[in-house]
Design a protein around this ligand. Structure first.
Ligand code: AMP
Ligand code: GLY
Length: 441
């Protein structure tokens, strides 16, 4: 069959790579793709939100299945749009995508269906004083509070705050100054949770749900919670690395998450009359007391996908097709290995950065040790050049997390582009945990 993947980041490179391994696939296409994807799939520079041209392309190429990577086209209703034209799409419809597209919707849904999440309240521009009073009450209780814009903000809409001044500024910026536009017309203010973050990603046909291995992205609890530099210092960025599985999130906790998060989620969706076929991602905070959901995403995580798909033994395309047939009655199988991904970024990222730097790799990749997924790259005259902030996802595989980490970092030594920057501590928290808890786990 012919499969079209929508997107052009590291996540989509991993999706194309995994789908290509299926015996069910004949050709894979990607829009807009990137340099690395263009090596293994047909790409064309059609933007992810250009539904008309995606439709035209799908009809012309006789695409059998569209797999959507990013959240924006899902929230804008790409699934509804293409399916109305009889094109099969894997990804939730517009209504179901509200679980990511509206924090207010997601939080109220969780409250209604008993999914544990941080205590919260919702405010609009007419309720500035109430919003500030509520935020102050949280700051007093916890020394921190969290303010979130309701709508999609590409990772820039949540603020973990620790003092009155910065909290009031964020509230004013969102509700009065409309710094995030419509996305900030409503805000959620919630209690700050403390613990360890885990991403648990599943695939559902609305009735059955299969979970991939847990993974951990690299962010932390301060105002700039996603950090570029070592030890979680530096400005806001997209995820700079990930690893899977997670030593402190073993079978017992996965089962608990299934019972306490995903089961009530499916129950609630059914009660609300929302059909959901696609990927569902729970961003979880494991506190000393319980599992709390920080957020739902309606798609694979980035860079989590780059570490969970290499560990998946099952045929992803077969699983996706079973979900589309509403018959997801299968166990997922995994390799008994670890995978760790380090993101290489352009100089200047996440602020202004230059593009067009030539990328060199001085060594043949050993498949059992490494995979490289491209993000912001393009291919010209048989060479790769940087074309984005996050450039390459260098993955290491190993029998232990430590070995996976060593394999990732040793390949990075062979890669060069001008201004390349990366964190050198990806996986540290997991490895430290493993080393301190081997007798207990
Ligand atoms: P979100 O936009 O909801 O995905 O949140 C982005 C990031 O902010 C999360 O991955 C956490 O690192 C942090 N965060 C969000 N909500 C909370 C919370 N209630 N307590 C602590 N950290 C949070
Ligand atoms: N890694 C976080 C996300 O994909 O939203």
């Amino acid at each position: 069959m012919k499969v079209l993947v929508i997107g052009g980041g590291g996540r989509e490179h991993a999706l194309v790579w995994k789908i290509k391994k299926s015996s069910l696939v004949k050709e894979v296409y990607a829009l807009p793709g990137n340099g690395g994807i263009s090596e293994i799939a047909f790409v064309e520079k059609i933007p992810v939100n250009d539904f008309e041209n995606i439709l035209k392309f799908s009809l012309e190429k006789k695409i059998d299945l569209v797999v959507v990577g990013p959240e924006e086209p899902l929230s804008l209703g790409i699934t509804d749009f293409l399916e109305a034209k009889s094109i099969k799409v894997f990804g939730p419809n517009k209504k179901a995508s509200l679980l990511e597209g509206s924090k207010v919707f997601a939080k109220e849904f969780m409250k209604k269906y008993g999914i544990k999440t941080a205590e919260f309240e919702v405010f609009t521009e007419n309720e500035i004083k109430k919003a500030k009073d509520y935020a102050l009450s949280l700051l007093k209780k916890d020394n921190f509070c969290v303010v979130k814009a309701d709508g999609l903000c590409f990772g820039k809409g949540s603020f973990v705050l620790k003092d009155k001044e910065s909290t009031f500024k964020v509230i004013d910026d969102l509700l009065i100054n409309q710094k995030l536009g419509k996305a900030g017309e409503k805000i959620v203010i919630e209690r700050c949770l403390f613990g360890k973050e885990v991403s648990l990603i599943g695939i559902t046909d609305s009735e059955n749900l299969l979970l991939f291995l847990p993974s951990q992205d690299h962010k932390r609890l301060f105002q700039d919670h996603k950090r570029l530099l070592d030890n979680d210092e530096g400005p806001n960025t997209g995820g700079m690395g990930a690893y899977s599985p997670v030593p402190f999130f073993k079978k017992e906790l996965i089962l608990k998450a299934y019972e306490k998060i995903f089961k009530p989620l499916l129950f609630g969706l059914e009660k609300e009359g929302i059909f959901y076929c696609g990927v569902i991602y729970a961003g979880i905070m494991l506190t000393e007391e319980d599992l709390y959901v920080l957020e739902f995403n309606v798609r694979f995580g980035d860079p989590e996908t780059q570490v969970i798909l290499p560990l998946l033994k099952s045929d992803l395309l077969e699983i996706i097709l079973l979900a589309k047939e509403k018959n997801l009655k299968k166990e997922l199988e995994f390799y008994d290995k670890s995978c760790l991904c380090v993101v290489l970024a352009s100089a200047g990222y996440p602020y202004q950065y230059e593009k067009g730097k030539k990328i060199t790799l001085k060594k043949e990749i050993e498949e059992e040790k490494n995979i490289i997924f491209h993000a912001g790259t393009e291919k010209r005259d048989n060479e790769f050049y940087t074309s984005g902030g996050r450039v390459l996802n260098v993955c290491g595989l190993g029998n232990t997390l430590k070995e996976a980490q060593a394999n990732a970092y040793s390949l990075i030594k062979e890669i060069y582009f001008e201004g390349m920057q990366f964190r050198s501590d990806i996986g540290k928290k997991g490895i430290d945990y493993e080393e301190n808890n081997t007798s207990k786990s």
